[in-house]
Design a binder for this molecule. Structure first.
Ligand SMILES: Nc1ncnc2c1ncn2[C@@H]1O[C@H](COP(=O)(O)OP(=O)(O)OP(=O)(O)O)[C@@H](O)[C@H]1O
Ligand SMILES: O=c1[nH]c(=O)c2[nH+]cn([C@@H]3O[C@H](COP(=O)(O)O)[C@@H](O)[C@H]3O)c2[nH]1
Ligand SMILES: NC(=O)CC[C@H](N)C(=O)O
Ligand SMILES: [Mg+2]
Length: 518
């Protein structure tokens, strides 16, 4: 939590767009943080927010399952903007009424901005024309709260934008039925900027540089003189986290790179050599034998993940001497997935190698990137002077090739996959396609097929190639790689890799598929 930067708190009522709100705010250059809607007033006050945004959400304010924030937020004197469900919370709090609408509104709608002599009646709408916005609601305000005015309407909801005016104007409370955070709301970002900069008076001073300076200060305060351990994988997140922490505490940071036998071809040496110029204090631990021994004959994807998670812990434990803190490259989407609206009880996904780690080892966490998205982490990495070759690497999951050799693992099958995957990645780089996809890899299927090679019948493995386009890994589309390219890769793999006689290309999107196969 930053207390030294002007921040915006987004109270999460469970909207699918909550992350987008936080992101747009940071694009405007202002630091923002998402917290559960039920956060107590005292905690909210500790954040010293410069503005508060109430997100949308699936519930209805008049229903039994209505989610309501601490009422005290309306007396803090901090400007508040409610979006969709957030607007409905505001309307009912101030004595208005919300009811189910006879016409639901999903998708595009046009708003008419209330104006006097061509000037928007509300500062929120200054320089915003009548324009398209994105709606997603089934309820609407049917009676205005007293002291509020309508500042924009749409065909279906007359009270589409409202705000406290007259004697209540000093409250600085605003509500929007539509979603300014989605791209389809054409002037949405301008509107958020009007709220944050003009109305709340916040300064756009969030940048990778200011982020780094503040983090270094925070990390020094947290770690004091203690030594700190960091699991480093050669991936973007742990590398940026490690460099940032080492800038703060220097050689007191001890990085551990585990070769779990599930890495890509020559990855161990590659990682050690690309990390070398960073001057970090890194120990490479060769744990291939123990990982493969424990994974022997295990075919269930969940069992594999659990064994890998536990074994990572085991290896880290062996490396611990006097360390008190553990650095992790946790990113914002991970945090959001594990802090749901109903609080920590509803964890959606626990990361393979972090789950049990802190509690069991009594290590305290340092997670400097937990507010950022991947592209923001890359921007921070760039500011830290980390090489593009590291920053633009595709994500690689901790369980590695174990979840890409489907079914039982053997070293032989891992090696077949490694050889094929190297050809795929090498060709992507050669043809300048590597940077055009979000992630690309190969999967060895537990299926054999008949082929003919040199007039001889073969009965060998099938390999699937996977390449996806995505912005955060939460949703993804299969990458439409050129047919010529796929044909060339397929040819090379079948000719050069013993044990594969057929190559398939995965054309499933996420959802309903996932990016990895296991
Ligand atoms: N081989 C490894 N050795 C040590 N730590 C690891 C290893 N693989 C993963 N980790 C730890 O697990 C964390 C989560 O892995 P994850 O793959 O999400 O992140 P990353 O590898 O840092 O970045 P990227 O998502 O770009 O691959 C890492 O930040 C790192 O701390
Ligand atoms: O560090 C990780 N530990 C894991 O257990 C894990 N599982 C999936 N992934 C990566 O997350 C993204 C989304 O993957 P899925 O669509 O397969 O869930 C993709 O980028 C996957 O590679 C993982 N990363
Ligand atoms: N997207 C939302 O916030 C929806 C709010 C409320 N449940 C409605 O349907 O109007
Ligand atoms: Mg990784």
């Amino acid at each position: 939590m930053f207390t030294f930067m002007q921040s915006v708190l987004v109270l999460d009522f469970g909207s699918q767009y909550t992350q987008l709100i936080a992101r747009r705010i940071r694009e405007i250059g202002i630091y923002s943080e998402i917290i559960p809607y039920s956060t107590p007033l005292d905690t909210i006050k500790e954040h010293k927010p410069g503005a508060i945004i109430l997100s949308g959400g699936p519930n209805s304010v008049y229903g039994e399952d209505a989610l309501l924030p601490d009422k005290g937020i309306f007396s803090l004197g901090v400007p508040i903007l409610g979006i969709c469900y957030g607007l409905q919370v505001i309307a009912t709090h101030f004595g208005g009424e919300v009811a189910v609408s006879s016409k639901q509104e999903f998708g595009r709608a046009k708003i008419l901005v209330d104006r006097e002599n061509d000037v928007a009646a509300s500062r929120l709408f200054s320089d915003i024309p009548d324009s398209d916005v994105w709606m997603s609601h089934g309820d609407k305000v049917v009676r205005m709260p007293e002291g509020f005015s309508i500042t924009a309407s749409s065909g279906n909801s007359e009270m589409c934008a409202i705000e406290a005016t007259g004697s209540k104007a000093a409250l600085k409370v605003y509500g929007l039925q539509f979603h300014p955070e989605v791209q389809h709301s054409l002037y949405g970002k301008q509107l958020l900027s009007n709220f944050l900069i003009d109305i709340a008076g916040l300064k756009p001073d969030w940048s990778p540089k200011s982020f780094i300076e503040h983090q270094i200060e925070e990390i020094r305060k947290t770690a004091g003189n203690a030594t700190v351990i960091c699991g480093i994988s050669g991936g973007v997140d742990s590398t940026v986290a490690a460099v940032l922490v080492s800038k703060a505490i220097g050689k007191k940071l001890h990085c551990v790179f585990v070769n779990n036998g599930l890495l890509r071809k020559n990855e161990g040496e590659k990682v050690m050599s690309i990390l070398k110029p960073l001057g970090l204090n890194i120990t490479m631990v060769d744990a291939e034998e123990i990982f493969l021994k424990r994974l022997k004959s295990v075919a269930s994807p969940e069992k594999k993940r659990k064994i890998i998670g536990r074994t990572f812990i085991h290896i880290f434990e062996e490396q611990i001497h006097e360390e008190k803190f553990l650095v992790q490259g946790t990113l914002y989407p991970d945090v959001i997935e594990s802090v749901s609206v109903k609080g920590p009880s509803e964890t959606i996904k626990s990361h393979h190698n972090v789950g049990g780690l802190p509690k069991r080892m009594k290590l305290k966490l340092i997670e400097p990137l937990r507010e950022l998205f991947k592209d923001e982490v890359r921007a921070v990495g760039r500011e830290l002077g980390i090489d593009e070759d590291i920053l633009m690497r595709h994500p690689f999951p901790g369980p590695g090739l174990a979840v890409r050799v489907l079914g039982s693992l053997t070293k032989e099958r891992l090696d077949i996959l490694r050889d094929a995957d190297e050809i795929f990645l090498e060709e992507l780089k050669k043809q300048n396609l590597y940077q055009q996809v979000w992630q690309a890899f190969s999967v060895l299927l537990p299926v054999q097929s008949v082929g003919v090679m040199g007039d001889k019948r073969t009965y060998e493995n099938v390999l699937a190639l996977r390449a996806v386009e995505s912005s955060d890994g939460m949703t993804a589309d299969w990458a439409h790689l050129p047919h010529e390219f796929l044909s060339h890769v397929s040819n090379r793999i079948i000719n050069e890799v013993r044990g594969i006689n057929r190559v398939a290309y995965d054309i499933s999107s996420k959802p309903p598929a996932t990016i990895e196969w296991e």
